[in-house]
Design a binder for this molecule. Sequence first.
Ligand code: FMN
Length: 310
Amino acid sequence: MSLGGVDLSVTIGKLALRNPVMPASGTFGYGEELADLVDLNGLGAIVVKGTTLNPRMGNPPNRFVEVAGCAFLNYVGLQNVGVRRFIDEKLPYLRRLRTPIIVNIAGEDVEEFKLMTEALSRVDGVSAIEVNLACPNVSGGGLAFSADAQVAFDVVKAVRDATDLTVIAKVSPSLVDVRTLAQVCASAGADAVCPIWSGMGMAIDINTGRSRMGANLRGALGGPGLKPLHLRLAYEAAQAVSIPVIGCGGICGWEDAVEYLLAGASAVQIGSAGLINPQTYTETIDGLGKWAENRGVSRIEEVVGSFRMS
Ligand SMILES: Cc1cc2nc3c(=O)[nH]c(=O)nc-3n(C[C@H](O)[C@H](O)[C@H](O)COP(=O)(O)O)c2cc1C
């Protein structure tokens, strides 16, 4: 994609993206729901909501609340139709788009990741698998898969061995340093890594004295207030590996996207901000192009990792 003479295309594994901007998993449904609001064919890619082997109802309300004016708690609980219905009911629409489709998968154990990858690799229309290593390893005690470097390796390796599609490892560094996680995923065969901090928060309504997340009590903290933390993760991951890094966390517009690219991310995902304003994706793509043009940058890939300490 060329905007004002700027080539915005980037490469992630086998994926040639027309620009580096995509919605983050779980914040864009299956794409079709947003078709009246967003030019789906103008996006770099579409990451569909977290998909599990079997359908899931998700958590009871409340699942998504704003806290402190610049952050959000979410605890959706991976509500989704399951991989079989995704393939039968959702993929036919997505397949008609010109935009690469990335399917985010969440397994309860290594075997489930493998089974879903095999199923998604047998059908047309899926361009990449995003492996959600932040979800709980149910058979292994409930900690996130990326809480243990060996477990993270095993999952990514199982997915890698099951597919020729591009594999993105979405890791959440809680107990393991982000650089180690990125290296482990790269050595297991991931084509790209997307680091995301998924610390849990809570919020209390001081007028009612009740949990603002209802019976869920907790929720994963995200949104603009968390951007500096996520930017640091993207930077450190990019320093540690030679595979592309996808930046995610707190991106609200083109300025944030530029910052991530400068820090070393090859592409970016927009989550909560897109829920608040669905024009965020288009505005970010347009803004990136204009920023690059004003700077005399002809290819956006030149910007990746070009930041200087002083
Ligand atoms: C409502 C909601 C649902 C989400 N569902 C998923 C999911 O299914 N799989 C996943 O890997 N991440 C999921 N996430 C995390 C986002 O993809 C993203 O990593 C996170 O929100 C940080 O980005 P942000 O600060 O731009 O929101 C979800 C986030 C929100 C807000």
